[in-house]
Design a protein around this ligand. Structure first.
Ligand code: F6R
Length: 250
């Protein structure tokens, strides 16, 4: 894993947007794995700014989101569908048929999970997977304890994740209890991974990821097994990492 230490959330976002644009501007077909949450919002805003300035071409870009809540309609303001359209898809010229997000309202969510994995297998894994990281080290909605060989599946969200996400809902009671998520094995199929971390609340997870043994207790620690991972973290997010560890991964 390569660590890029940056000063701020803004610097992290600029790095991430440029990294993604490098792929997009190659003009050949690119399969991007995307994440929601607070971390990538500014990155998406920078992609939209770039699109407005440069008319960057997204017709060859295909996207695959990591996850979606189970049981809320796609037009619900807190669905990850709504999030992606609000922050990115409504503002760039990506064809709707290129966009893939798990359907958490599917009649058979287990079949939906299976079908989603088949789509990922069909492209041989995404070219670049953008990831955030949970305070407990989760990636996608793969909570601690998730076996590393899980493909897209249905999860019951932990209390800590529901609490962290309740900031977007009226109250904790409104946060769905389940989600459909790419599994750790699905994420590992990606050709490249870009993980973003910003803020003090991610410091423990980042430290676990780099210093601890790879263990299901910290799902992100599985990324040690992947040959092409770049972690972009700001000063607060690396505050629990020793200087020597930062240097050895830079
Ligand atoms: C989002 C996702 C989650 C988030 C993580 C961090 O699609 O899969 O793993 O990346 O919960 O969320 P934020 O960025 O809100 O701190």
């Amino acid at each position: 894993m390569k660590l890029v230490k940056v000063k701020s959330h803004e610097e992290m976002s600029v790095f991430a947007a440029n990294y993604i644009l490098d792929k997009v501007k190659s003009n050949s077909q690119v399969n991007l794995g995307l994440a929601t949450g607070g971390t990538p919002v500014r990155t998406y805003e920078l992609l939209v700014d770039d699109y407005r300035r440069n008319s960057t071409y997204y017709q060859n870009v295909y996207t695959y989101n990591l996850d979606e809540y189970v049981g809320i309609p796609i037009d619900h303001p807190n669905s990850y569908h709504a999030f992606m359209f609000e922050h990115l898809f409504n503002h760039i010229n990506i064809p709707e048929k290129n966009i893939h997000i798990p359907n958490g309202l599917s009649e058979d969510i287990y079949e939906e999970a299976h079908n989603y994995e088949t789509i990922i297998d069909g492209i041989g894994g995404v070219d670049l997977q953008l990831l955030g990281i949970g305070e407990n080290g989760h990636i996608g909605f793969n909570e601690p304890g998730t076996p590393f060989d899980r493909e897209t599946h249905i999860v019951t969200l932990t209390e800590s994740t529901r609490k962290a996400n309740s900031r977007y809902f009226e109250s904790l009671d409104h946060v769905p209890e389940r989600a459909i998520t790419m599994g750790i094995a699905s994420i590992l199929k990606s050709r490249g991974i870009l993980l973003l971390a910003s803020g003090e609340s991610k410091a423990e997870a980042i430290s676990q990821m780099f210093t601890g043994k790879s263990s299901i207790d910290c799902p992100a620690s599985v990324l040690k097994y992947h040959p092409n991972v770049v972690v972009v973290a700001d000063e607060q997010a690396v505050s629990k990492l020793k200087a020597a560890m930062i240097l050895s991964h830079s």
